[in-house]
Design a protein around this ligand. Structure first.
Ligand SMILES: [Zn+2]
Length: 276
């Protein structure tokens, strides 16, 4: 059966919580740096993923809409025209003081505002991802009410009550949540633990061999009837670090060469639905 990897690019700056950045969160120089790092990442994604990937720009208390404006919005539009998909990405985690993934009014307002930003550039999305893997039944309802059909917030095996992340028994492969109303595309995980540095496909925090091992374990665990759908997380700022950029491109090349189809969230969901 088909295995589908959604390469996911989180657009944000490094050291987001460092005091010196925090004070200047929407500083034009920082936003410009994010834009140039995203442009470099996009070139890499064209070369190594055929341009098919997910873009999840940070939105949250540190910068609100700064990464959903101006030249970044234009860059997302170019990427989407080339086959990528942009997803609303809200950080309502404890960094803001208290996680708010169960606050329906707050989540609805945040999601609508960022979606409107995207729509102003002609970008329409029905996929969503939380920061820090936060989620709730309330959020699922909000997403469905707002017309979303894909969520990318799950980290199977992971629980972090402070951030309202609760995925201890979540399936490792793509599946439907919320009474079949939302297709969940989890971050890749080997199913052997919940340490970010070892068990998950957060590409920057573990080496290439470990990332390949997780991918292989997902393929081996895939059933015969439905495609195995997963995502791998990489951040736009890492493309400026040669060793990180190389790790990511080699991982994408390995995936493509070992039977994985690289796809956007919507393409992954469509392939799953066709097989179901
Ligand atoms: Zn994020």
């Amino acid at each position: 059966m088909q295995s589908i990897l959604v390469p996911l690019i989180d657009v944000v700056w490094p050291g987001i919580l460092a005091p010196e950045v925090r004070e200047r969160y929407a500083d034009a120089a920082i936003v410009a740096r994010c834009a140039s790092e995203f442009a470099a990442t996009h070139r890499l994604m064209v070369d190594h993923a055929g341009g098919r990937y997910a873009i999840t720009p940070y939105a949250g208390f540190l910068c609100e809409d700064a990464l959903y404006k101006g030249e970044l919005l234009e860059a997302y539009r170019t990427a989407v025209a080339g086959g990528a998909e942009v997803s609303v990405h809200i950080h309502a985690d404890r960094a803001a003081g208290e996680a708010r993934y169960s606050d329906a009014d707050f989540m609805r307002a945040s999601i609508r505002a960022r979606r409107a930003d995207l729509a102003s550039a002609g970008l329409h999305t029905t996929s969503y991802r939380s920061g820090e893997f936060g989620f709730s039944a309330v959020l699922a309802d909000v997403l469905v009410e707002e017309g979303f059909d894909i969520d990318l917030s799950s980290a199977p095996g992971h629980a972090d009550p402070v951030n309202q992340a609760f995925w201890p028994a979540a399936p490792r492969a793509g599946h439907y949540l919320a009474d079949g109303r939302l297709f969940e595309i989890p971050i890749g995980v080997d199913g052997q633990g919940n340490e970010r540095v070892r068990n998950y496909m957060h590409v920057e925090v573990s080496d290439l061999d470990n990332q390949k091992r997780i991918l292989d374990s997902l393929r081996a665990a895939a059933g015969d009837d439905l495609p195995a759908v997963t995502h791998a997380l990489f951040h736009s700022y890492s493309s400026a670090l040669p060793a990180m950029a190389e790790r990511w491109q080699r991982l994408l090349d390995y995936a493509a060469g070992s039977g994985w189809t690289l796809a956007t969230p919507a393409e992954a969901r469509a392939a799953y639905d066709r097989a179901a």
